[in-house]
Design a protein around this ligand. Structure first.
Ligand code: AMP
Length: 410
């Protein structure tokens, strides 16, 4: 019996791993351009790290975390998101002594969600975080970074940027209260799922996909009626900069983000090419979160993007056509062949042998892999201590000694 992978997990190989690596390369390069340093954290953390900041009532904590007690009796959790571990690591390693602290990471997250296209239980996220500045420039920089990454990886895909402001923390608290009152008064018009959120997380009702909920939401209070002039100025500054950069965006009042810790600017990059799991990147400000986690009272802004969703929209990565195949005609010649095999691989050529002492089969493997050259090693080559190099496009072949091979193939 074949052992199945766990539901909602998947193996990465072939073209998929090539896409994954290409995304990682692009992330590294963009991080370098904007001066973000890599910060890798462990996959599991103490459960306390996640309970409070993610909102004890939010979906992620209540239903989706992989939490378990280890043999020492400690409660551990497979990380469901990256912002809180990044902050934990920044505080613990004194990275917040020099501000702003700009970090990024790539790696797996775990949520026990209902698996479907674009939604898995183990998935890979890209995370960018900027700790320590209130300046709206940081909001714009982080949006710009996301935009550049997506347009470099998905130049042909239509992606829309949606933004909103949630105001500062105290405004948000007031707003949540008003929402609770409003939804409580009209609870008979809400779906069952939204009813459960009236007292625990009324903001989340605003992004409900239920049609009845949507009708009621149109009449619900909007954050703009509550926010103070400082928050308006912050939001206006972000929008003005985006306008100056000609970055198109849609203002979306219902955009609130899933996790509890957001305030001020929130944003999402969405596409119509993926069905219901349509958010590629989501993020925003989380002033106050660093303090909640035991650090200084510092602001922060960041985003998370889903690698699998980006990969689903990418074209297949081109085959490596620069590979050099080998045809070794008899076992007697294998050590002579290995000299060239080793030298070429050391010089960054991609070498391949099909492990068969058979010219016809090696030629056929090379052709189907679209290899450029075939290095043939038979009796004559062995005796003369040389190698036959066949250009598979032109079919020309020459007998070369080892010193000539590299310059010929380059
Ligand atoms: P979130 O941390 O929920 O804001 O998610 C940020 C991004 O991670 C989303 O926009 C998705 O691209 C990706 N993502 C979140 N949850 C999943 C999942 N279960 N499976 C695959 N990708 C996900």
């Amino acid at each position: 019996m074949k052992i199945q992978p766990i539901r909602g997990t998947h193996d990465l190989f072939g073209n998929e791993i090539k896409k994954y690596n290409q995304i990682k390369e692009e992330v590294n390069s963009i991080a370098n351009n904007f001066n973000f340093s890599e910060l890798q954290t462990p996959i599991f953390e103490s459960s306390n790290l996640f309970f409070k900041p993610l909102g004890e009532q939010s979906d992620v904590v209540l239903k989706e975390m992989y939490t378990f007690v280890d043999r020492g009796g400690d409660s551990l959790t497979l990380r469901p998101e990256y912002t809180t571990p990044m902050i934990r690591a920044a505080i613990f390693n004194n990275l917040l002594n020099i501000l702003p602290c700009k970090v990024f990471g790539v790696g797996p997250m775990f949520r026990r969600e209902r698996p479907q296209k674009g939604r898995y239980r183990q998935f890979n996220q890209i995370n960018f975080e900027n700790f320590g500045t209130e300046n709206p420039f940081a909001d714009v920089e982080i949006i710009l970074l996301a935009k550049n990454l997506l347009s470099n990886l998905l130049p042909k895909i239509d992606i829309k940027l949606q933004i909103n402001t949630l105001g500062d923390r105290s405004t948000l608290k007031k707003f949540k209260k008003e929402l609770t009152n409003f939804f409580n008064k009209n609870s008979q018009l809400l779906s069952k799922e939204s009813k459960n959120k009236i007292f625990t997380n009324p903001l989340r009702i605003l992004d409900s996909k239920n049609e009845d909920d949507k009708k009621l939401i149109l009449q619900a209070p909007v954050i703009k009626e509550f926010i103070n002039s400082k928050a308006v100025d912050h939001y206006d500054s972000v929008k003005n900069s985006l306008n100056n950069l000609n970055i198109e965006y849609i203002e979306q009042n219902s955009l609130v983000r899933g996790l509890d810790y957001y305030c001020h600017t929130v944003f999402e990059f969405k596409t119509s090419s993926l069905g219901s799991q349509d958010t590629l990147i989501g993020g925003g400000r989380y002033d106050g979160l660093i303090k909640t986690l035991g650090g200084k009272d510092l602001p922060g802004v960041g985003w998370a993007g889903g690698i699998e969703r980006i990969a689903m929209l990418m074209d297949d990565v081109k085959l490596n056509t620069s590979s050099i195949h080998f045809a070794i005609l008899d076992e007697k010649f294998k050590d002579h062949a290995l000299v060239a095999y080793n030298l070429l691989s050391k010089n960054n050529f991609s070498v391949y042998w099909n492990f068969k002492y058979n010219l016809k089969k090696s030629l056929s493997t090379a052709n189907s892999a679209q290899a450029m050259y075939l290095v043939i090693i038979g009796e004559d080559e062995f005796n003369k201590k040389k190698f036959t190099v066949k250009n598979l496009k032109s079919s020309e072949q020459t007998l070369e000694d080892i010193d000539n091979i590299i310059s010929l193939l380059k």
